[in-house]
Write a protein that binds this ligand. Sequence first.
Ligand code: GLC
Length: 441
Amino acid sequence: MKKIIIILALVVFTQNTFSQKNYTPSQENINARNWFKNAKFGLFIHWGVYSVLGDGEWVMNNQNISIEEYEKLPSFFNPIDFNADEWVKMAKDAGMQYITITSRHHDGFSMYDSKVSDYTIVKKTPYKKDILKQLSVACKKEGIKLFIYYSLLDWHDDNYFPRGRTGNKIPGRKQGEWNKYIAFMKAQLTELLTNYGEVAGIWFDGDWDQREGGVHSPLTVDWHYDEIYSLIHKLQPQCLVGNNRHLSPLKGEDFQMFERDLPGETKTGFGTKSSELSSLPKEVCGTINGNWGFNLKDRKHKTTKQLIHYLVKAAGYGSNLLLNVGPMPNGKIQPNHVKSLAKVGEWLRKNGETIYHTTQGIIPSNDAMVSTQKGKKVYLHILDTKKELHFIKGFKEDIRSMTFFTTGKKVVYTITKYGLFIEVPKEQQNDIDTIIEIRLK
Ligand code: GLC
């Protein structure tokens, strides 16, 4: 009973600071949203001292490594082969328009030169250099925008108290003060938005840690989103705020993200229900293999075809794809991932017109085909490439012309009262994606 009263009190109390009240995005922010909607493809990077253990970014929680034990990790994190220019070039060649990198993940270790923490790459590793700084410089040089991932949840900081649903078996955690933790996050965000030039967005994660019964249950703490989001928009009005809460966005958030699921899908268990979809720009995030952080034994590397389908499907749902790699502890990205990304880039150089600057197309997307659109041009991506006849139920639009995107050859089609039949003869089939350009009247 007592617990329920405390929760209710917190819920009532948190309403005030629950979102950025009266938020109206600035013109810079609206421009940034439009840029983002058109960008379609970004690189997600999960990198931290956990990469040394080669067991993903949740290793501290999953193996219940004590605070004292985990604190040894930074002393042998020395990524001497890290080259920011190489990463940025790789992303650019893959056709990516932006990079989102973890500045501090759930393990609480800051991968940048934070003055308000002693637990940083500069202070605690033999490497001593600020990788975020290097990356921000390289991005600027290449015209790639930089987004910063920031974990709300922290398994290391005692002030992250009350603790959340995860990390509770990690030995050595003490009880600190929540308000100090909020002040610490604000100080770190101020550093991130002051010392690294223009930051295209802040990508929050971990809100769900403080929802006792799962993502859809009420919060049991006050994240002070009002102050946090206002601070971000005050320091950099164009900076897009996103929060991986799996719920419909709050005031003060500028884009909506979907973890491993296409918008409206709930296949993974993180799924954002279709009732939670908003009209904000969308971003699907997913992994190039099975993990976010480097995992040595992860063999679930996606094929080039799977990666292209992921990107095409995201676009068909009106969303960007933020595709993740987990660099190794030496600072290199796994060579097979570098290769796959190069192949996606090759594909995009030929077919990018059907992806960038498009919106969700009028032909509903499913596993076999998706559509993207630019004004009166609809790009139909046939992903189920083995069939010679395709049917689009209920299609009623007036068609001006229909051609195969790659060869320019005319497509044979029939419109009936039931819908549209399209013929795709073997010689026009592409085993990754057969693209058809439909011009509407
Ligand atoms: C999850 C995980 C986290 C990862 C994130 C990326 O929320 O907690 O490890 O960073 O998803 O979407």
